[in-house]
Design a protein around this ligand. Sequence first.
Ligand SMILES: Nc1ncnc2c1ncn2[C@@H]1O[C@H](COP(=O)(O)OP(=O)(O)O)[C@@H](O)[C@H]1O
Ligand SMILES: [Mg+2]
Length: 256
Amino acid sequence: MLELKHVKKSYDNVTILEDMNLKIQDGEIVSILGPSGCGKTTLLNLVLGLTPADSGQIIFDGKDITEVPMEERGFNIVFQDYALFPNLNVYKNITYGLKNRPGISSEKEVEEFIDLLGLREHLDKKIEQLSGGQKQRVALARTMVMKPKILLLDEPLSALDGVIKESIKEKIKEIARDFHLTTIIVTHDPEEALTLSDKVLIVNKGRISQYGAPREIIMTPQNNFVKEFILNQLEIKKNNIFALFHQNMARSMQAV
Ligand SMILES: Nc1ncnc2c1ncn2[C@@H]1O[C@H](COP(=O)(O)OP(=O)(O)O)[C@@H](O)[C@H]1O
Ligand SMILES: [Mg+2]
């Protein structure tokens, strides 16, 4: 279990995160959802160990890891821009981290991740030759071969759309389930958060607005922010879909 207790973070005397308290059970998929600039990436970096907390505690498996450096925490992140190495091919990108930590995944396991993420035919390609979805899968494979204790994903779907977005979403779910891997996903899209995760952490102005299962959030939003920001966005999306549907219907009726 991962637990944050009274974690606080400010930059240049401006409070970014205030009194973060939460528990994430092993194997859970948790989305951190909130508007741009509310501190989602900061929260992810605090868990990763890239950014130190000002105060509070981070506990993992009963051990206080607040002061434990990033490399020793054993968590891994897929950054928002993937941060792949443009001068290396796909295979070398995937296996890059193993150079310093040989044996963490066997050759056979690396091959399994390559197949799981459908990258077999792309191994010799350069990064610039890949689509957004393919880059995301390389970034996921590169992270998974390091056998992270927690998988952190910063806006993994925001650069993707349509069918590709859905397929990456399914891959993330499959990986989390198959490896019973605690997965924390940052997103600003309510639909993504509610369809992808076991629990959603809604953050607003550096505070937790609500934390619960998607069903709870939809059925019993705890405050106006959740109602207005989250559920209204979904409502608008739904209305847009219906409007589009009716337009298309009208068009096809005219065609007949
Ligand atoms: N290294 C930093 N130094 C100063 N301010 C930062 C730094 N990182 C983030 N911030 C500020 O913290 C706030 C939250 O940023 P961030 O966590 O990236 O938000 P989100 O990911 O939710 O969009 C923003 O106002 C941002 O400008
Ligand atoms: Mg961010």
